[in-house]
Design a protein around this ligand. Sequence first.
Ligand code: NAI
Ligand code: 15L
Length: 267
Amino acid sequence: MAKCNRILLTGAAGALGTLLRKEIAHMATTLRVSDKADLGSASANEEVVQCDVSDAAAVMEMTRDVDMIIHMGGVSREGSWESVLQSNIVGFYNVYEGARKNGVKRVIWASSNHAIGFYPREQVIDASVTPRPDTNYGVSKVFGEGIAQYYWDKYGVESVSIRIGSCFPEPVDRRMLTTWLSYPDLVHLTERCIMSPRVAHTVIYGVSNNDEKLWDNWMAAHIGFHPKDNAEIFRAKLEASTPEPDPKSPFIAAHGGAFASMPHFDD
Ligand code: NAI
Ligand code: 15L
């Protein structure tokens, strides 16, 4: 059943955007899909808008007549400062200005575990911790969470900042036994974020019901997210295909894994 008249989905040509394009179409009468990359032709209830989110005027136009925004578009891993600045920081500001000026009710967007990537593995955290970004990319997600809080407090634009762990069809390394978010659980989480009657600005960890946990979602219980999948079913396969990790290795010492020990991208 359609919950919204029109939902805008950015990053719709990317991995997660392609999934959500298909799976959340039923939540809106019209799904406006957008990316800077080619999106192909529009299907039944779609509008297609090719747009770079660093273009303020284009984003202002794209966010017109929209009830909710699902913002997945942007640089999705560590990159040069300039690329992160334009796509994630300027892009994020443009999306929120579009939301504010066009009266969009809610923005649901993909933050990342790399906003808190420097917490040590033995410290389980909730949504109240001080951010500890691990990269230029992680800093851009902290900026996003800051602007989401600001636009709620000052302008009444609601947000859900989803600190996604590792969202892939299946876990591909041992770290993901802890950080994995399955595709069905991402779809369920996105549906809950759309349906929830009031979210203010909620920070929620996007992670499946894995046996090993780094993140506690008690502060976002009102969203009603109940993940079903568990990375543990892949353990035997991953242990057979990947070497035993050194416990001192930064790859497992920090929540952000390898991102926490990457050199500065621009060096
Ligand atoms: P992706 O790289 O497959 O998709 C990102 C999309 O954003 C691409 O289609 C790209 O063309 C588009 N894009 C990039 N810069 C843009 C710009 N300036 N204007 C308009 N579109 C632009 O990444 P993926 O995996 O689908 O991730 C989606 C979102 O989720 C990203 O924001 C990423 O940071 C976040 N995320 C993903 C995780 C994962 O495990 N897949 C984990 C944590 C966060
Ligand atoms: C992210 O933020 C990235 O978008 C994704 O490609 C993975 O690297 C993920 O984090 C992760 O931490 O596994």
